[in-house]
Design a protein around this ligand. Structure first.
Ligand code: B12
Ligand code: SF4
Length: 528
């Protein structure tokens, strides 16, 4: 059977470099590869199906080309894969365009947002035949066998005689080793590794990809929907399977990998085995991962560094214990400090901290404490994002209870908490505090950690023009006199406010005018 899979993109989260092609002739995209559809493609192909993937980041396959190919190749199923609330409008637009062009092709949605809102999505998008929930590997294999009657396919929401049918959940797959490695080679794209979200820097020009070695996280952070998506469970692939994928990637010429695991640092024995396997096999791929600061695997940071772990990212969130507790982060300031120190002592080159500002019940003093804490920590890079709330998280439930959001009419919308929660500081205060906080932080880093800071800037200089690196250093002291550099724009740096506001706005546009709206601030090209 022929199946098309399309990775839907929120344009905020990728960019096209000026020199569009890599040496091998492929188009280069600055961003993460679409590992969800790559995973499903490998599964379908192994089962004997024909699968064609599209990535909305590819400038050569805009929606019109995808639709033309659907007309020409007549796939039995088109799967649209998207991650978040902010990409849902783009999924709706494409689904409606496909349906207008072809009344018969079967359409499926999948991904985290679709999973957590399936019956609502099915009602809002009657053009979509199947909303697929949770893990997609076995589900898509079962679905393609039952396109005419998905009654027995667990995890599918569909409609029958005008009624929305919500088939039972599929039990989370525990045997992740049974699936083939993602099909990374069938899309004619190469991906460029940059810092996540906030730091305006290209990390390497090595061939880059992502990998998922585990799924889920059992903690109760109020702003996160991962525990609900994964039913509170954490599941992992075996070390042998992970090592085999690294070897496969090295043979294919990849030089950098980032794990999209929610919490890589959960199980020490597994980490130890992965690191030993990578070191023993002489694998030289540089990799990065994310994890909690209370991980009991910190004695393994040296082994990770030896196995070429270059980047370690922690969800620090706040420098105020009161705010951490309010967010139910279940971590202490002392744990954060210890984890960052241990990672740097172990020789991990880039240790990153994710912070959130604009939290419920946060005061100006809390925000100042956050920036001062970030200054003192031996972090190399940091991101300070405004807290947002999505349906599916405990915070959303709280806001429904407090009458701040309406679950019936707001479920597909994206809000900065400070826009709707009176216990948050107003937006202008948050922005002013953030600018002032950044200045203090940069000054502190340059005076207290000059060698660490210069080393990092030297890495950035390998792939960024000198003037951008200089600007990166002096920008906090200039205030808002100048707009972002091209590199900053490309990496969605600091607060690419206009694009973020546009994304939020798009989730609130009335459905009937959605396709006519052009909300995205276009991102200029910059890479050499
Ligand atoms: C990597 C990642 C990113 C990358 C995106 C990379 C890319 N190429 O798209 C970056 C850093 C850019 C990013 C940005 C953002 N992200 Co993000 N991201 C993730 C993360 C950590 C992993 C996603 C991933 O790669 N998973 C691995 C693949 C294999 O899984 P998958 O895509 O889910 O696919 C599986 C199933 O869902 C299913 N499936 C998927 N599609 C389909 C289609 C069909 C037809 C079928 C049958 C099945 C199916 O099958 C697959 C295999 O099992 C998730 C957390 C998570 N665990 O999902 C958050 C997550 C998706 N992100 C989230 C958010 C909020 C964002 C941002 C809005 C952040 C912000 N405020 O700016 C942006 C928006 C990005 C966007 N919409 O494009 C939230 C979404 C919550 C929500 N309800 O909206 C999540 C869940 C994190 C969280 N803790 O809450 N993100
Ligand atoms: S620790 Fe991270 S992944 Fe786990 S619930 Fe909290 S924010 Fe989500």
């Amino acid at each position: 059977m022929r199946i098309f899979l399309v990775h839907i993109r929120d344009p905020q989260f990728y960019a096209l470099p000026a020199a569009t092609r890599a040496k091998n002739g492929r188009i280069r995209i600055m961003g993460f590869p679409p590992i969800g559809v790559m995973t499903l493609s490998a599964v379908l192909k192994r089962a004997g199906h024909e699968c064609v993937m599209f990535d909305q980041a590819n400038p050569e396959t805009p929606n019109e080309v995808i639709i033309e190919e659907i007309r020409r190749q007549r796939p039995a199923l088109v799967g649209l894969s998207f991650l978040s609330t902010t990409s849902y409008p783009y999924a709706k637009i494409l689904a409606r365009q496909i349906r207008a062009a072809d009344a018969h092709v079967r359409l499926a949605f999948g991904g985290v947002f679709a999973t957590l809102n399936a019956p609502l999505v099915k009602r809002q998008c009657p053009d979509v035949d199947f909303v697929c929930r949770g893990d997609g590997e076995q589900l898509i294999l079962d679905l393609v066998e039952r396109l005419d009657d998905p009654e027995g396919v667990a995890g599918v929401t569909w409609s029958k005689d005008g009624r929305v049918m919500h088939n039972p959940n599929r039990a989370p797959d525990r045997n992740l080793d049974q699936w083939p490695f993602p099909d990374r080679e069938s899309l004619p794209l190469d991906f460029v590794e940059s810092m996540p979200l906030d730091v305006p820097a290209v990390l390497s020009m090595e061939r880059f990809t992502t990998m998922q070695t585990s799924r889920g996280c059992p903690w109760p952070c109020v702003f996160c929907d991962i525990p609900i998506f994964n039913e509170g469970k954490w599941r992992s692939r075996s070390p042998q399977h992970v090592i085999a994928e690294f070897e496969h990637l090295q043979r294919l010429g990849y030089g950098a990998v980032y794990f999209v695991d929610d919490h890589f640092l959960l199980q020490p024995k597994r980490i130890e085995a992965i690191c030993a396997g990578l070191t023993d096999s002489g694998n030289s791929i540089q990799w990065g991962c994310e994890g909690r600061v209370d991980s009991t695997a910190q004695h393994l940071f040296p082994a990770m560094a030896k196995a070429h772990c270059r980047t370690l990212m922690f969800g620090v969130e706040s420098g105020s214990q009161r705010v951490l507790d309010r967010l139910k982060k279940e971590q202490t300031l002392a744990e954060i400090e210890a984890a960052v120190t241990n990672a740097k002592r172990a020789g991990i080159e880039i240790v990153h901290g994710f912070f959130v500002v604009g939290n419920p019940d946060e005061t100006v003093a809390d925000m100042r404490a956050t920036f001062d804490f970030a200054s003192r920590l031996r972090l190399d890079t940091f991101g300070f994002n405004r807290l947002c709330v999505y349906r599916g998280t405990p915070l959303w439930q709280e806001y429904v209870g407090r009458g701040l959001v309406n679950d019936d009419t707001d479920w597909y919308k994206y809000f900065k908490c400070s826009e709707i929660d009176p216990t948050c500081l107003p937006g202008e205060v948050i922005n002013a505090e953030r600018t002032a906080g950044f200045r203090r932080l940069f000054r502190y880093k340059l005076t207290h950690y000059p060698i660490q800071t210069l080393r990092l800037l030297r890495r950035f200089l390998r792939h960024m023009p000198l003037r951008d690196v200089v600007y990166l250093i002096i920008k906090p002291f200039l205030g808002n006199q100048r707009g972002p550099t091209k590199n900053e724009v490309l990496t969605r740096s600091v607060e690419h406010g206009a694009a973020k506001d546009a994304a939020a706005y798009l989730t609130r546009v009335d459905d009937d005018v959605l396709a006519e709206v052009q909300p995205i601030v276009s991102l200029p090209a910059a890479l050499p």
